[in-house]
Every structure is written in structure tokens, then in C-alpha cells.
Write a protein that binds this ligand. Structure first.
Ligand code: DP6
Length: 321
């Protein structure tokens, strides 16, 4: 009763912010994302009668906070309930990126945990069912299960296009690794206190349609414009909700300005930012080396993580223990 899964993080082009059901993590709006090749979580789960309680070990970092371990146990409870199992688990997990950078560690984390635990429990699930089982762990985790470019409409997520469809890159510019004051989980619950939230929900379907059209036509400029528009719209809601949430630092803003400037010079690159200060630079494969070159002149950068589009969550045979 042991299995290991590897899951990618994902970056949302149209963001999930706010939900209609906090326990089931049903989103207030549909979202679209790309899976990230260089930001992954690998997790081994073993259920056995010799374990008196669930234990979770995070390799290579400072360890988990108590509430994070609780969230994992709660998710395992939900999966155990599906098969009527009372067995406890030992979980070992590792990330290829620092957890505190806000690079969607909850997405890759809960996708890997769900797929490994389901396999370890011997459950037979379709990909569609797996996306719904991962969702109560973390909403964005449902987008890390299918391959390539993924749409999450509400209950389930599905692949819009495979990873090979379009060579898009996400250059993640890490500008800060300090822990967040307010987790994105808590932020979702107060999103509706922003006076702009209702307007956002009216606007998102039009943006989803524009992204889908951009994909169909492989129109990168259209895609980039919608990506930035939706990012800024979500941060507008975040900054006007109660309490207000500001995730940017001065390097974040410097990079947002630089991207605009580079575009004026003819470089097709766009930014998007999640619930953290790091900036995701989205471009087509042919322009990635120029983007990397440009970044050498920007101060305040800690590291850069180069991502291609990747497949979703997979079972692998190399266990972590
Ligand atoms: C800003 O999926 O982290 O990254 O469902 O509570 O785990 P929970 O929230 P989470 O929210 C992600 C918010 C976002 C935008 C996005 O990825 O769509």
C-alpha cells in the first residue's frame, strides 16, 4: 500500500480567486493554467497498520508548519473515507523549488498527495475523478493533474491542449522567499468583501473566451494581453478586500515596468503574479534567451526558474523511502 507521484505546479493565465464553497473549494469563476516543468513535487504515501498516526516529512526544507500537516491529514481522511479505510499513513515529500516562494506549492503538493494516496489505497479513479478528489485539498491542485494547458470550470478540471501544442515558457523570477502574512486560502474567503469582486466575476467569462480564442489561433499577443489584464484585475480585488492583501515588493514593481518597456522595444513578453511577490514572465520559446539576457540588468532578483509546458501528475516507481 505504497505509491509515489510527481506533480507539476501550474501558473494560471486566468486566476482562481474567491469561491462559492470553502470546504469543497468550489471556485467562484473558471480558470485556465499551464503546468510547469521545473517546479514539481514528488510525494510517497504508504498506508500500514503499524502507523499509529499520520506522519508527514518534508525533505530539504525547514519542515511543515502544524496547520500544513493538519491540512494533509484532513485530506487523507477524505480519501480514506472513500474506501472505508482506517489505516494511517507515512508521507514523505520534496519540492524542486522553495515552498515559501509562493510558486503554487499547494497545487503540486495536493496533486501529488492525492494521486499517490489514491494509488496506495488501491482506488481506481479516472483523471476526471482525480481532479475532483484533489480539489478539497487545494483548488489549484485540480489543475495540476491533467496534461499541458488546463481549464478548471468548477467541479472538475480537464486538459485543453497537450504540452506539445504550443511552446510557451514561464520564466519565474524569484524576488522574495519570505512567508506570506495571509495565505491564499484565507484570502479566498474574504475576496467578496472587495467592491470590485462582482465586476471581476462578470468580466472573467469574456477573458476565458479570449484565452480560448488565442489558443485556437496561437495568437500570443492576444494571450499575453489577457494574462496581464486578469492578473492585474485579481490583484485589484486582493488590494481592495478587507483586510487588503498586498503581495508585491519593489522588485515586483520594477519587473512589471521593465516588461512594459521591453514590449515597447518589440520583445513579446507578458507578466503574471500569484499570491506572492515573484513575477512569472510568459513568452514563446524563441524569445526566452532574450528575456533571460534582459533580466541580467534588473536588480533585486534572487533566482530564475525556467519552465516549459509539462504533462500533469504521474505515478513514478522511485519511492522517497
Ligand atoms: C492566486 O489554490 O492556493 O494562485 O484552494 O485555498 O489551496 P486553495 O487556494 P490556492 O489559490 C490559488 C490562487 C492564485 C491564483 C490561481 O492559481 O489561480
Amino acid at each position: 500500500m505504497k505509491a509515489t507521484a510527481q506533480a507539476p505546479a501550474n501558473i494560471a493565465f486566468i486566476k482562481y480567486w474567491g469561491r462559492t464553497n470553502a470546504v469543497l473549494r468550489l471556485p467562484a469563476n473558471a480558470s485556465i493554467s499551464m503546468n510547469l516543468s521545473a517546479c514539481t513535487t514528488t510525494t510517497t504515501v504508504e498506508f500500514a497498520s503499524e502507523y499509529a498516526k499520520d506522519t508527514v516529512e518534508l525533505l530539504g526544507e525547514n519542515g511543515l508548519r502544524e496547520n500544513e500537516a493538519e491540512r494533509i491529514t484532513k485530506h487523507l481522511d477524505l480519501l480514506r473515507k472513500q474506501v472505508g479505510s482506517a489505516l494511517h499513513a507515512h508521507v514523505v515529500t520534496k519540492n524542486t523549488f522553495p515552498k515559501s516562494t509562493g510558486i503554487a506549492s499547494s497545487a503540486s503538493g495536493f496533486a501529488a498527495l492525492t494521486v499517490a494516496a489514491v494509488a496506495a489505497l488501491g482506488m481506481k479513479c479516472s483523471e476526471k475523478e482525480l481532479t475532483a478528489l484533489a480539489r478539497p485539498g487545494s483548488g489549484s491542485a485540480s489543475r495540476s493533474i491533467p496534461d499541458g494547458f488546463v481549464k478548471w470550470g468548477g467541479e472538475y478540471a480537464h486538459s485543453l491542449y497537450p504540452a506539445s501544442y504550443w511552446d510557451i515558457r514561464d520564466v519565474v523570477v524569484v524576488v522574495g522567499t519570505i512567508g506570506k502574512d495571509v495565505s491564499s486560502s484565507a484570502g479566498h474567503d474574504t475576496a467578496s468583501t472587495s467592491p470590485y469582486f462582482a465586476q471581476r466575476l462578470r468580466d472573467v467569462p469574456g477573458r476565458i473566451a479570449r484565452v480560448e480564442h488565442a489558443f485556437q489561433a496561437k495568437d500570443f499577443v492576444l494571450l499575453g494581453e489577457v494574462i496581464e489584464e486578469d492578473c492585474l484585475d485579481m490583484h485589484h480585488v486582493m488590494q481592495t478586500q478587507a483586510p487588503p492583501l498586498y503581495y508585491w515588493n519593489e522588485t515586483t514593481i520594477r519587473l512589471m515596468d521593465a516588461v512594459k518597456h521591453w514590449r515597447n522595444e518589440g520583445l513579446p513578453v507578458y507578466f503574471t503574479i500569484d499570491a506572492g511577490p515573484n513575477v512569472h514572465l510568459i513568452c514563446e520559446g524563441a524569445y526566452e534567451s532574450t528575456v533571460l539576457e534582459k533580466l541580467k540588468n534588473v536588480s533585486g532578483i534572487e533566482t530564475v526558474i525556467q519552465n516549459r509546458v509539462s504533462d500533469g501528475t504521474k505515478i513514478i516507481s522511485d519511492h522517497l523511502f
